[in-house]
Design a protein around this ligand. Structure first.
Ligand code: WTA
Length: 632
């Protein structure tokens, strides 16, 4: 609390201090939190192993900082306003005192189920208050949470449970999404069938569907917590003990479990929250992300609660019952800071301004964007029609791996430029590298975005496979953390993100590896081989274009085959990853050494018909002609 920088000049001087003496800079910020025992060292690090430790030896519990610490002065302050999917249903508000009690009850319940410090607990839940309670109960007893977005399929859930060797899944019978109800419990049943690590499934009643409960394994949420004491002493954690694992996609292999630890993540999420959003004590903050993504972790749960803020949690979707829902919620709770994704802005923009103008948005002070590049048209619309021309747009660039916002304006303090994320936060030291690994000093040149110094919430490892962490992030350029993004810096020091430079595509702000989608397609018996690329999509930012070599011995119409391929992606990953376009091909463009020339496929997906650059290494140029001829 009270970590807020109040002018651009102050930002500039803080930034300089943070680079000149990072340890002192972060120690002063960390000192504002409550520690059971002070740290031995502020920072020990090298980017080669990599080994990064912040505040090690320090003893603390993050829930003591985001609950207990506030009870004296903010006990009766609302922590969350929960807004249900159904506009006619009344919402719920929970104060810090009440949240503390609920978290303690569940913490005691988890202990009764045998969950101990260090055990992994998987959370697969809708956007209800109990999801936050579940996260915090894990943190209170030192269990490591691994939240899986409830839009992932049972097989994606099973992979994540298995990788983390989770003992418990916390879920609900189902969820409400617009006019639909989604059955979550049967997805969990299917997922845990072959997961030997799972001992229990804790089930919250959300849609009153009375699911079948497996004797001895499945437990009703309320039956467990109702009998629990209202107090639970927080477990003593070392600053470097694991807080959570969050799975995210990369260019190769299965999604990896990004590991964040207690102390550094606490310090950085709170610091970035207060500064980027210029949060003040009685503001109402609303981040529309799902808690299943890093944005939900850092800016629905941890950041705002650490600052003792009041936030909105919304169960529904932006277009139900109509495209005015976001604005109705902003009006209802007098939201001061609103944080959403460009995809949502573009989708709502298509509905025009009449519906926006029905609502009073005068409470808004800062509006934010996250997860994907925001195009100029969407930026302007957001600024003009939502911010009414007088709210700064903070275009926040960051990643699951960075834990918190890295590049952004700070509320109304910083200059803005549409499509430019802006400046590094204090403590963040970006560098743009050329393909030889040299730092690009000149302005307006595109380079690989890297970081040359650790910040408190940098990932520490990838769960169960430290080499993977090293190879993915710390090996491309020695001595740097590599983000996977390309960027430019202008003469004012503002960064503009170009997009991913690896085989990761960003669909509606959701990250997928092309290999992951190809693997799901290739499980289908129609498919012999496939190649997936991203292409520009008006609403989603990027769409998914799949080229599939199909087995000719199968009979089936193109439509049937497409539907079946889509089903394979839906069941392998989830409906969110289903291809927008599928093109059946007889072969893929490959080099003589058998490598797929994705560059050509990307160009075709973008609508290019002829200029494919150097194609001299192509094994069979006729394949390209055929693909261009039939492209979608
Ligand atoms: C992209 C989401 C442009 C980027 C917080 C990054 C962005 C990936 C922005 C991380 C932004 C995120 N402008 N691109 N403001 N924010 N990205 O891990 O490519 O889900 O590497 O974290 O999203 O996605 P992730």
């Amino acid at each position: 609390m009270n970590l807020r920088i109040k002018s651009f000049e102050e930002y500039q001087s803080k930034y300089k201090q943070s680079v000149a003496n990072p340890e002192q800079f972060w120690a002063e910020i960390a000192d504002t939190f409550s520690w059971q025992q002070k740290w031995d060292n502020v920072l020990d690090w090298n980017f080669n192993d990599p080994s990064i430790k912040w505040f090690s030896g320090g003893k603390m519990n993050i829930t003591e900082n985001l609950l207990d610490r506030h009870l004296k002065d903010r006990g009766n302050k609302v922590a969350f306003h929960w807004e249900p999917n159904d506009i006619n249903e009344s919402g719920k508000s929970i104060t810090y005192n009440e949240l503390h009690k609920e978290v303690c009850k569940l913490s005691n319940g988890l202990k009764e189920l045998g969950i101990e410090k260090g055990d992994r607990v998987c959370i697969y839940m809708p956007m209800v208050l109990e999801a936050t309670v579940a996260i915090l109960a894990c943190a209170r007893i030192g269990a490591v949470h691994s939240i899986v977005f409830a839009g992932f399929s049972s097989s994606a859930l099973a992979n994540r449970i298995d990788d983390a060797q989770a003992k418990l899944v916390i879920t609900s019978d189902g969820l409400n999404r617009g006019t639909k109800k989604v059955d979550l419990k049967s997805m969990v049943d299917e997922a845990v069938k072959d997961c030997s690590s799972i001992q229990h499934v804790l089930v919250l009643d959300c849609i009153h569907s009375k699911p079948t409960m497996k004797e001895g394994r499945d437990i009703d949420y309320h039956a467990l917590i109702n009998k629990q004491p209202h107090d639970c002493t927080p477990e003593t954690m070392d600053a470097e003990d694991m807080l959570f694992i969050l799975y995210t996609s990369g260019s190769t292999g299965k999604p990896k479990g990004v590991v964040h630890t207690c102390g550094g993540y606490m310090v950085y999420t709170s610091y970035s929250f207060e500064n980027v959003f210029q949060y003040e004590e009685n503001d109402v903050f609303w981040c529309t992300a799902d808690i299943g993504w890093i944005t939900g972790h850092s800016y629905i749960v941890y950041g705002p609660l650490l600052s003792g803020a009041t936030s909105v949690i919304f169960e529904g979707i932006p277009t139900f019952p109509d495209a005015g829902r976001f604005w109705q919620v902003c009006e209802k709770y007098k939201v001061n800071q609103f944080y959403t994704a460009p995809t949502a802005i573009r989708a709502l923009m298509a509905h025009g301004t009449e519906i926006v103008n029905k609502y009073d948005l005068s409470s808004l002070k800062v509006i934010g964007s996250v997860g994907e590049p925001i195009n100029e048209e969407a930026w302007n619309w957001y600024h003009e029609h939502i911010g009414k021309g007088n709210c700064p747009v903070v275009d926040t660039w960051w990643q699951t791996e960075t834990g918190g916002i890295m590049l952004s304006g700070l509320g109304d303090l910083s200059p803005m430029n549409p499509t430019h994320a802006g400046f590094p936060l204090p403590g963040i030291q970006p560098a743009l590298l050329d393909s030889d690994g040299n730092e690009i000093i000149e302005n307006d040149q595109e380079g690989y975005l890297c970081m040359k110094f650790p910040w408190p919430s940098i990932l520490r490892t990838t769960y169960g496979d430290h080499d993977r962490c090293k190879n993915t992030y710390f090996s491309n350029y020695k001595g740097y953390y590599f983000t996977g993004d390309g960027a430019k810096r202008d003469k004012n020091g503002m960064y503009r993100i170009i997009g991913r430079v690896d085989d990761v595509i960003n669909v509606s702000g959701h990250r997928f590896g092309t290999a992951e989608i190809e693997d799901a397609i290739n499980t289908n018996s129609f498919a012999i081989e496939s190649a997936v690329v991203g292409y520009p999509h008006d609403i989603k930012g990027q769409g998914i274009y799949a080229y599939v070599v199909v087995d000719k011995s199968h009979t089936g119409s193109e439509r049937e085959i497409s539907a079946s391929l889509i089903e394979s992606v839906s069941s392998g990953i989830g409906r969110i990853a289903k291809p927008d376009k599928i093109q059946m091909v007889t072969g893929l463009p490959k080099t003589r050494s058998g490598k797929i020339m994705r560059r050509i496929l990307r160009k075709i997906a973008e609508g290019e018909k002829a200029n494919f650059g150097d194609t001299s290494t192509l094994l069979d140029p006729s394949v390209v002609e055929e693909i261009v001829g039939n492209s979608k």
